[in-house]
Structures are given as C-alpha cells and as structure tokens.
Design a protein around this ligand. Structure first.
Ligand SMILES: C[S@@+](CC[C@H](N)C(=O)[O-])C[C@H]1O[C@@H](n2cnc3c(N)ncnc32)[C@H](O)[C@@H]1O
Length: 252
C-alpha cells in the first residue's frame, strides 16, 4: 500500500468508536436511514450531475455504487437507459428500486459490499459513487474496481472532509474523546494519484440541508435518549454541518 493510501486508512480508522463507548450505546450508532436518502423529484443541478451527463452523452447505462436511494443515478434520467444500484443495505436497494419504478428507468440491484460484489454488478458506461468514499478504509481496491467497471468514466462526489467531523467537539464534550483530524478530499485525490489516476477536481458548495435532529446526533454519539436535551443545547454551540463538496471525474 502506498503512503497516501496508508494515511487514508489511518485517518479513517481513527473515526471508529472505541469499544468502551460502543458497549454503552443503547442502539447502534451505525447505519444510514433510508429516509434521509430519497432522491429528489427534480435533481439538484450540481457539477456531479453535469459531469455524468457529459460522459453519458445521448444515451448510456449507469452503475451507482453505494447507491442509497439513487440520488446520483436518477439525476441522470433522460439519457439514462439502465441503472444498476449496489449497496450494502437491502433497505437502500428497496428505495432505489422504487425510485427506478417511479421514473420508468429499467434497473437492477446488487446487495453487498463494493468491491466484493464488483463482478456480480458488471460494467456500465458511467460509474457514479456519491458520498461513499468516507465510509471506506481500504481505498485502492475500491477505486480500482470503480475504474474497471466504467466504459466511459467515473464520477465521484465527496464532502471536503469526513461528514461526521463537525461533531468532533461533541465527542470531546460528552466522552472526552479527542479524535484525529478527518480525512479530506485532498487525501482521497492523493490516493487516486498514487494509483496513476489523475481526476478532474471541481470544488463547490452543496445546498444547505435540514440539520440532523438532536435525536439522530444523540444516537450517533452512543448516548441514551434522555441526554437529547443536552445534545440539542450543545448543537447550538458548534458551527453548522459544512457544505463544501467536490466532484472527482476520471476516464478509464
Ligand atoms: C452516505 S450514503 C450515500 C447514498 C447515495 N450515494 C447518495 O449520495 O445519496 C452511503 C451509502 O453507501 C453504502 N455503502 C457504504 N460503503 C459501501 C460499500 N463498501 N459497498 C456498498 N455500499 C456501501 C451505504 O449503505 C449507504 O447506503
């Protein structure tokens, strides 16, 4: 493993929850709630969408890795002729299938972790993977499989820094846990370059989203529901969730 990939793995591993804190959690702090990932009826006009449309041209297929509800793939409705969704959560794939039905897009889904299920997922003209890299520790095989699956190109969307880093002050406050610095988009780009991939990088700000509820943050922090009022008060004192994002595009 190259030094950039090692740095990425180390920073990502530093985001874990120590076993002592995890053991006290009344419910699992992990997992994404499908409700938060329903694709909008009218897609946001983002650099990622523009890049996907440019690669697709008049028509083509899309493979959406870590698809959630299909925000990335369904933003390409129009030229999109077939969508394959890959996700480790079946409830996300159910949401993806409903999204495809509503839009009249032919689709299939593959349950499992990327890159383990890459062969089953097959190839597509364009591979998209939005807001997944920060979930990954071992980045080189993940990225290599994205490239290998793409006929025309890959579009990755990623927040400028780990999406949970804005909660670091609350880990200090409630658990006296001092986390290491978060992995950033620059760290991800360094791993790509180490693999011989030179992505086009576009930096931009996402639209402001509804803030995470105090109940959601309480669960993330492995705290019981009765601490929610304290968490709500603490949330008022920290800067809001950052909006800085980046789109990375490369061709196989
Ligand atoms: C933050 S959500 C993003 C969903 C969607 N791409 C979007 O932008 O709205 C991350 C998704 O990636 C999935 N995921 C994370 N790591 C994965 C992996 N290695 N293989 C497959 N799915 C993964 C999660 O289950 C989750 O649905």
């Amino acid at each position: 493993m190259g030094s950039a990939a090692e740095r990425w793995a180390e920073l990502q591993s530093g985001r874990g929850v120590p076993p002592g804190i995890l053991a006290q959690a009344p419910v699992s702090p992990w997992g994404h709630d499908p409700q938060d990932f329903t694709a909008p009826t009218v897609p946001a006009d983002t650099p990622s969408r523009a890049a996907g449309l440019a690669l697709l041209g008049p028509a083509g297929t899309v493979l959406d890795v870590g698809c959630g509800g299909g925000d990335a793939a369904f933003a390409l409705v129009g030229p999109l002729t077939h969508a394959t969704g890959v996700d480790g959560q079946q409830d996300m794939l159910d949401l993806f299938e409903r999204g495809a039905d509503v839009r009249g897009v032919p689709a299939r889904t593959v349950l499992g972790r990327w890159p383990d299920v890459a062969t089953e997922a097959g190839t597509a003209d364009v591979v998209v993977s939005h807001h997944v890299l920060h979930n990954v520790v071992d980045l080189p095989p993940f990225v290599a499989a994205l490239t290998a699956a793409a006929g025309r190109g890959v579009v990755v969307e990623i927040l400028a820094e780990h999406p949970m880093a804005w909660l670091d002050p609350l880990w200090v406050r409630f658990h006296d846990l001092h986390r290491p610095e978060p992995a950033t988009v620059d760290d991800a780009v360094a791993v790509l370059r180490e693999q011989g991939v030179e992505p086009e990088v576009t930096r931009w700000d996402r639209e402001r989203r509804a803030p995470h509820s105090p109940a959601w943050v309480t669960r993330r922090l492995c705290l019981p529901p009765e601490r929610e009022p304290e968490v709500a008060a603490a949330l008022e004192e920290i800067p809001p969730r950052p909006r800085s994002a980046a789109t990375l595009v490369w061709r196989p």
